[in-house]
Design a protein around this ligand. Sequence first.
Ligand code: NZQ
Ligand code: ZN
Length: 387
Amino acid sequence: MNNFDFCVPTDIRFGKGQIQCLPEELGKYGKRILMVYGGGSIKRTGLYDEIMDLLKDFDIYELPGIEPNPKIASVRKGAAICKEKKIDVILAVGGGSSIDASKHIACAAYYDGDPWDLMLDRKRMTKALPIAVVLTLAATGSEMNPGAVITNDETNEKLEIAGKILYPTISICDPTYLYTLPPRQTAAGVADILSHAMEQYFQPTDDAYLTDRITESLMRTVIHYGPIAMKDPENYEARANIMWAGSLGLNHILTVGKGGAWSCHPIEHELSAYYDITHGEGLAIVTPAWMRSVLCDKTVKRFAMFAKNVWGIEADNEREAAEKSIEALEQFFKSMGLPSTLKEVGIGPDKFEEMAREAVRTSGISTRSYYPLNEKEIVKIYEDCAE
Ligand code: NZQ
Ligand code: ZN
């Protein structure tokens, strides 16, 4: 088991009605709030009005219109508001996109140059405004981690900024806010959570027994509750379990004692950088192809463990179990209505080489991942899920 440093400072307020604590909690930082949210779902669901009512004694400035796969232009706008209005605290209301934009804005507010510089050189990130979150989508885990993924659409780069100062100070996680999610977003969120668990499960370290068992439980949880939430969107038990799985899926508890670079995320991030597709859908497409490409004598043992402990698969030998687990995952994604080919999300082969090059350049996939892959092998993965 590797040495580790595990510290999550985010105060999670989980459950129905937890939003009532917002005035008291935000009041600790001051009166001037920048509220960051997406394209309007919070207005349709009534959450916007509820928050405005709760925060009627605060000075609220708004940054609406954060796009899925948030763009650097939104971060620039938010940082300018923070500087001009002397914002005390940022309130992100939404999913990973609004939270990630808020994190980048929070540190850009203390930086004099262009916010994208911080992405390229984290040493320039010295300070950040406090960030509070009201979570409306279970997927990324951004509500309980220090990372933010932002796209520069001028250069087609989708990169991560991360640092301890970017942990949200408080996150309100009320599972009833997930009731209004379109089925597509519920499914994409489940695929993202499952992928986070798999990225950390399929790592070179083999002796973090407890971490592996926790990860398997988390995977079984979303595999069990995903279809229930799809059929019955207001099933509190399903929404609550998925929501908590989302937070634990990427608060680094599943990396404790392990380590290494991720595989499917760098391959997917290029798809959403170049084509603006939904992150979880991209993962559902590439993950089975990645599994097939890395299944070999060296990896078969862990694949067989995944088959048995996550999917309950019994087989005559490890290879057969491993192959069945790939089929089970594909079947699961299909049952959730997720796409399985790039063609279904409108992506053709023109940029496969370019995206593979970028995946290698911007991540540790070719050097530090579970099964290091070069550009050619990544192109083959894109080809395998083309249609
Ligand atoms: O924009 P609005 O109108 O709010 O609608 C959103 C958006 O269209 C909608 N939505 C959210 N909550 C809703 C709702 N609609 C109805 N009812 C609700 N309760 O869902 C759509 C997607 O929202 P978004 O925030 O984009 O989704 P998600 O949480 O999946 O975030 C995706 C982004 O996070 C990044 C992804 O790459 C992508 O850019 N990631 C961030 C990570 C992190 N910070 O740790 C890790 C992940 O691996 C990932 O890369
Ligand atoms: Zn993800």
